[in-house]
Design a protein around this ligand. Structure first.
Ligand code: NIG
Ligand code: FE
Length: 410
C-alpha cells in the first residue's frame, strides 16, 4: 500500500524513455486529473482517477486540487561549493569591465579561490547547506556540483569531500573541475598546473571515487581547445564522464570538441558556431544552457536554444549557480530568462529542467519524470497550470516538495 497518495492533480509527468527532442519537448505528458502513489521512496503508480485502490489507513493523502504537480527539478550545472561572495564586482560590471578582464586582474574566480582555500571543511559545508536549503525550497531535488575553487590538490579534494559527505535531501552528483582557471602560483607555469591535474589529481579523484564527471573551462584566456582535450581525455581514461564549459564568451571550438570526444554534455554555448551545434548533434551531446549567466554577465545575447531545439538537440537548462556569473540557486528564476530571453515555451523549459537535465547528468533512468519505478521526487506548485509558473515570475510557486518519497517541504 502507498505511503503517500497525491490526488486530484494536474500532473506534468514529463514521461520519456530518452532525452526529449523537437516536438516531444513541447509535450509534458499531462494527466489532467490523476493520482500518484508513492511507496518506499519510489513511484508505485501514476494514472487517472484517485488511486483509492493503493490506499489503506496509513496512507497520507494529499489533495492537489487546483495545483500543478511536476517532477522535482534537476539542476545539471552548479558551482555549489565555494566560500565568500563577489558583490564588489557589480560596480566593475556596470562600468563594462569584461568578465575575463576581471579574472586577469586576479579577481573573479581567483578571488573565490582565495576565500575557498582559506575556508575550513566545516565552513564550506555550512555555506553549502544554506544553498541546498534554498534550492529545495524552490523545487530542486537533484543537483550537479563542481569543484574548481581549490585549484590545488588539498583544496580540490577538500571541496569534493564536502560534496561527498553532505547529508541533505537534495542529491548531489559530483564533478571535478580543477581546470576552472590557472591558479596564481602557476601563472608563469601553466604546463606545471596541467601536469599536476593529469598526473596527480585526476588519478586520485577517480581512484577515491570523489567525482563521476570531469569538466573544463575551455575559453579564450583560460584553457585552449588542445589543453581542454588533454585534460578531459585524461579524465575519461580514468573512468570519468565528460562535461565541458564550451564557447561561453568566444566561439573557440568547444562545442566541436565536445562532439569529438564523446562528452555527455556541453554547457553555456552562447557563442557556439553552427558547426559546433552540428558536432554536438552528431556526437549525442546534451546542450546545457545557462541563460541566467547571459543576463548577469550583461552579454546582450543568449545561447541559440531555439535553433538547437529546432535542429533536434535535447536542450537542458541549469542555474550555473556560482558566486560570480550567476549567484542564484533558483531554477524558477532561470525559467524567465529561458523563456523571455531565449524564446523557449513553458513546456520546453519544464522538460529541459526535468527529464533532459536528468539525462545531462546520466540520471535519466532514476529522476526527471513522474513514472512508475522512478524515484519519488515530486513538486506540488500553487499554480493552476505550467504557463502560470513562468508568467507570474520572480516568486516561488512551490507548495510541497517530496524527495525520495519523503515530504521535505510543506
Ligand atoms: O560557469 N565560466 C566559468 N565558471 C563559472 C563562473 C565562475 C565564477 O565566476 O566564479 C561559469 O560561469
Ligand atoms: Fe559554470
Amino acid at each position: 500500500m502507498a505511503d503517500i497518495i497525491i490526488k486530484n492533480a494536474r500532473i506534468l509527468t514529463c514521461k520519456s524513455n530518452g532525452p526529449k527532442i523537437k516536438e516531444h519537448m513541447q509535450d509534458l505528458g499531462i494527466i489532467e486529473r490523476g493520482f500518484i502513489a508513492v511507496e518506499n521512496g519510489i513511484i508505485q503508480e501514476v494514472g487517472e482517477g484517485d488511486g483509492e485502490e493503493f490506499c489503506d489507513r496509513h496512507t497520507e493523502i494529499i489533495d492537489a486540487e487546483y495545483k500543478t504537480v511536476l517532477p522535482g527539478f534537476v539542476d545539471p550545472h552548479t558551482h555549489l561549493v565555494h566560500y565568500g561572495s563577489r558583490e564588489n564586482e557589480i560596480e566593475l560590471k556596470l562600468k563594462g569591465v569584461p568578465y575575463i578582464e576581471i579574472l586577469k586582474m586576479g579577481g573573479g574566480i581567483l578571488s573565490t579561490v582565495r576565500a575557498t582555500r582559506a575556508a575550513s571543511y566545516d565552513q564550506l559545508m555550512k555555506k553549502m547547506i544554506r544553498s541546498l536549503d534554498i534550492m529545495l525550497l524552490w523545487g530542486t531535488t537533484t543537483v550537479e556540483a563542481k569543484s574548481g575553487y581549490g585549484l590545488n590538490f588539498v583544496d580540490e579534494v577538500k571541496c569534493l569531500e564536502v560534496l561527498r559527505d553532505c547529508t541533505h535531501p537534495v542529491e548531489i552528483i559530483r564533478t571535478y573541475m580543477g581546470a576552472h582557471a590557472v591558479p596564481e602560483e602557476y601563472k608563469d607555469n601553466r604546463e606545471g598546473y596541467i601536469n599536476l591535474m593529469t598526473e596527480r589529481i585526476i588519478p586520485y579523484v577517480a581512484e577515491k571515487e570523489l567525482a563521476e564527471f570531469i569538466d573544463c573551462f575551455c575559453e579564450e584566456g583560460v584553457f585552449s581547445v588542445e589543453e581542454s582535450e588533454r585534460i578531459l581525455l585524461k579524465g575519461k581514461e580514468h573512468g570519468l564522464k565528460i562535461k565541458i564549459h564550451a564557447d561561453e564568451i568566444e566561439p573557440m571550438g568547444g562545442a566541436e570538441l565536445a562532439g569529438r570526444i564523446g562528452a555527455v554534455s556541453a554547457e553555456h554555448l552562447i557563442a557556439a558556431s553552427d558547426e559546433g551545434i552540428e558536432a554536438m548533434k552528431e556526437g549525442g551531446v546534451i546542450p546545457v544552457l545557462l541563460p541566467g549567466t547571459s543576463f548577469y554577465l550583461r552579454l546582450g545575447k543568449y545561447a541559440r536554444g531555439r535553433k538547437m531545439i529546432d535542429m533536434g538537440l535535447p536542450v537542458a537548462l541549469a542555474t550555473d549557480y556560482n558566486p560570480g556569473t550567476c549567484p542564484t540557486e533558483s531554477l524558477q528564476g532561470i525559467m524567465v530568462f529561458a523563456s523571455m530571453g531565449m524564446g523557449l515555451t513553458p513546456q520546453e523549459v519544464i522538460n529541459a529542467m526535468t527529464i533532459n537535465s536528468a539525462y545531462a547528468i546520466d540520471r535519466g533512468d532514476k529522476v526527471g519524470s513522474i513514472e512508475k519505478g522512478k524515484n519519488a521526487d515530486i513538486l506540488i506548485m500553487d499554480a493552476p497550470n505550467e504557463n502560470y509558473i513562468i508568467y507570474h515570475f520572480g516568486i516561488n510557486h512551490v507548495n510541497t516538495v517530496i524527495k525520495n518519497g519523503k515530504i521535505v517541504v510543506k
